[in-house]
Ligand binder design. Structure first.
Ligand code: ATP
Ligand code: MG
Length: 138
């Protein structure tokens, strides 16, 4: 079964949207193989988003990820990586399709409520960045 890594970002946690987002995740047939609520530090957020470190939005992005607690998850499903990206919708909520989480919950490109791995190698890196093997229960 494929695994992907997901975050409910600070903007969504702050607006009490954890339950609504988890409900959609479960309704779409994902299994939550692991989950925790943490407050990221700036060095941890910078390491997580290292691929974006040359981008102009890197500083704002990493700072915003530390502005409040996040929910970190390992999600499982056949084709989980693509399925979770599809459920999230486009990065910019203005371009997100009807029925996607970002269309429903995101407020802007910066406050776009959820994160998802974009490829198998990224999923492996991101899961292992936050979870040890013993914390993942398929
Ligand atoms: P994520 O990685 O968070 O799942 P994504 O893969 O859809 O989102 P990326 O291109 O990886 O999008 O960008 C990471 C995050 O950086 C986005 O979710 C968004 O919050 C922010 N971001 C991306 N592009 C911009 C931009 N041009 N201006 C400001 N913030 C941006
Ligand atoms: Mg990304």
């Amino acid at each position: 079964m494929e695994q992907t890594f997901a975050i409910i970002k600070p903007d969504a946690v702050e607006r009490n949207l954890i339950g609504k987002i988890l409900e959609r995740i479960e309704a779409e047939g994902f299994r939550i193989a692991s989950m925790k609520r943490v407050l990221l530090t700036l060095p941890i957020a910078e390491g997580f988003y290292h691929v974006h470190k040359e981008r102009p939005f890197f500083k704002d992005l990493t700072k915003s990820m530390c502005e409040g607690p996040v929910i970190l998850m390992v999600l499982e499903k056949e084709g989980a990586i693509k399925a979770w990206r599809k459920l999230m919708g486009a990065t910019n909520p203005a371009e997100a399709d009807e029925g996607t989480l970002r269309k429903e919950f995101a407020v802007s490109l910066e406050k776009n409520s959820v994160h998802g791995s974009d490829a198998p190698e990224t999923a492996v890196f991101e899961i292992s960045y936050f979870f040890s093997q013993t914390e993942i229960i398929p």
